[in-house]
Every structure is written in structure tokens, then in C-alpha cells.
Design a protein around this ligand. Structure first.
Ligand code: GLU
Length: 303
């Protein structure tokens, strides 16, 4: 168990909930089935004879499998069904599209659950070949990892209990307890003194949601796309405030120095946006939890 102190005024000591069960993995609680029916899972044409001058890709080709870091507790984005161990969601579809263009079928993908606080270290150590998990592109992170994208832009928002009418936006958080995730951009934002919030800093979003349902915190902050997934799972109990207060452009993360891989992944994203695989996947996953579809701009930036 890890104890962290908040940087915000009136620092509160908070514990990491190592024992909390993953949200959605709980059995028997009302509404733990994703709303909107089955989450879409597509099949993408696998490229053959892929030649890219990438050290990461060559290693994967030799191993005949590609290792992809993802989230496991974000319904409609990156979610691992505890009953089947199968991953589903928008980020999983993006990972499958990219893998297919690199020459790997779904069966050749090894998904690894990697939480926000260890993304940079895991990628730079080479423990994953690439990463797709609500990963905001920013200059700070670019010092450690490479990014292709953005393939989607979210915004930090607030998840609250449905009957809570007091929280109407980030400016109403003074003295409130807000839960978020170590190593995430919304946590950094909400720790700013101007909000006056007390933070609980955990490593899994699903544990924050549990804290909110239990009444241990007043709100959870992270990207609206993630929060809408939790609200859709428990529409009776939770709601998203819908006042986004940051911009979170999502990228595929990878080794910082492997420019050939970065270019190949950028090309893969562009081609699946153009051939509408992207739109179909979006509407069958994120679209079902209420995130509106907007086509990402192409061509994507390259560096
Ligand atoms: N997109 C934000 C980030 O990359 C929050 C979501 C997450 O933790 O994955 O920090």
C-alpha cells in the first residue's frame, strides 16, 4: 500500500486502494453491464511482407507477435472482461488496426495492461512495442516516448454521484475531495491551487470510481471519454458534469528514437481514418457511451 500526500492546500493523506476490485469486474451490482449493447470488435486486413527499418518491429517480426500496452478498466475504451479475459473498446480497435498494418493479426497481439503511472518507463524499457491507452500527447512526455496521432481529442471532466447537484464544474471543487490517477494529466491540472480541491491519488481509475460510489470522495476527474464509460455502466448512480476543462489529444506511444515505427504507425492511423474503419469502430465503442463522433484531421502531424 502506497501513501501519498497531496500538493494542494490542506494536504490530506490518502491511501492507494490496493484491495479494491476493478469496476465492471464486480459481480451482481446493478448496471455493471455496459450500456448500449455489445461493444464492437472489428477484423482488419493484415498487411503482408512489411518492411520497415524499425528495431522494435524487427524484433516483433522475429517473435511473430507484437506486444501492445493498453488499459483494462476503461469500459468502451480499453476493458478486459474478467469472465473471458478478452480486451475490448476503442483503444483496442486502434491497436488492432495498427498491428494489422504492421503485419500482425489479432491472434498475434499480446495485450499487456499498463496503468498511467508506468507508461513512460514501460515503453522506454521495451516491455511493450507500442501503447494505446487514453495517452495524452504532450511535450513533457515526448522527452521520454514517441507519439503518433492525435487519433482522438478528449477533455478532462468530472464524474459525480447522480444526486450531487453542488458540483457543476471545476470551479465548484473548493474543499471537495477529488480522486484521480498518479501520472495522469487531469490529476496535475486539478492539483492547481486555484481549484482548492483535496486529491486522492490512486493508480487505477476503477478504484477512484469505487471511492466515489462509497462516498469516500466527491468526484473523479479524468478524460470525459473515460468518465462517460463509467457513467454508462451505472446510469442510476453516476453522471458526468460535461464541462471539459482541458484538451487531451490521444496518441499511440512508442520508443522515442524509433522514427521508422512512428512513421509507420502514423500512416496506419491515417489509412484507417480514411477507409472508415476508424468511424465504424468509434461508433461501436466510444459512441455507445455518449462521446460524439468527430472525424480526426488528416494528415496527422509528423516529426
Ligand atoms: N489522457 C490523460 C493522460 O494521458 C488521462 C487518462 C489516462 O490516465 O490515461 O494522462
Amino acid at each position: 500500500m502506497r501513501i501519498r500526500k497531496t500538493a494542494a492546500a490542506g494536504a490530506v493523506v490518502l491511501a492507494l486502494a490496493a484491495t479494491a476490485t476493478a469496476c465492471g469486474g464486480e459481480k451482481g451490482s446493478a448496471g455493471d453491464k455496459p450500456a448500449g449493447g455489445e461493444v464492437y470488435s472489428g477484423t482488419y486486413k493484415v498487411a503482408s511482407d512489411v518492411k520497415v527499418d524499425s528495431a522494435v518491429l524487427k524484433k516483433a517480426q522475429k517473435a511473430k507477435k507484437i506486444v501492445v500496452g493498453v488499459k483494462a478498466d476503461q469500459p468502451f475504451l480499453g476493458f478486459k472482461d474478467p469472465a473471458t479475459n478478452k480486451y475490448s473498446g476503442f483503444d483496442i480497435e486502434i491497436a488492432k488496426m495498427v498491428a494489422a498494418d504492421l503485419g500482425f493479426s489479432e491472434k498475434q497481439i499480446e495485450f499487456k495492461t499498463i496503468d498511467s503511472n508506468v507508461r513512460e518507463t514501460t515503453i522506454s524499457k521495451g516491455d511493450v512495442d507500442f501503447y494505446v491507452g487514453t495517452y495524452t500527447i504532450n511535450d513533457e512526455r515526448k522527452k521520454q516516448v514517441g507519439f503518433a496521432g492525435p487519433y482522438y481529442t478528449a477533455g478532462a471532466d468530472l464524474l459525480v454521484r447522480k444526486d450531487d447537484k453542488a458540483i457543476t464544474g471545476p470551479e465548484t471543487l473548493k474543499g471537495k475531495k477529488v480522486c484521480s490517477i498518479v501520472g495522469s494529466t487531469p490529476l496535475e491540472e486539478i492539483k492547481k491551487e486555484k481549484y482548492g480541491a483535496k486529491t486522492s491519488e490512486l493508480s487505477k481509475y476503477s478504484d477512484c470510481v469505487k471511492y466515489l460510489l462509497d462516498g469516500q470522495v466527491d468526484a473523479v476527474t479524468t478524460d470525459d471519454a473515460i468518465l462517460k464509460g463509467y457513467a454508462a455502466q451505472r446510469p442510476q448512480k453516476l453522471r458526468v458534469v460535461e464541462k471539459p476543462f482541458t484538451k487531451e489529444p490521444y496518441g499511440v506511444g512508442m520508443n522515442k528514437d524509433d522514427k521508422a515505427l512512428r512513421d509507420a504507425i502514423t500512416t496506419a492511423l491515417e489509412s484507417h481514418i480514411k477507409n472508415k474503419d476508424y468511424e465504424k469502430a468509434y461508433k461501436g465503442t466510444l459512441g455507445k457511451s455518449g462521446s460524439k463522433y468527430t472525424a480526426p484531421e488528416t494528415p496527422l502531424p509528423r516529426y
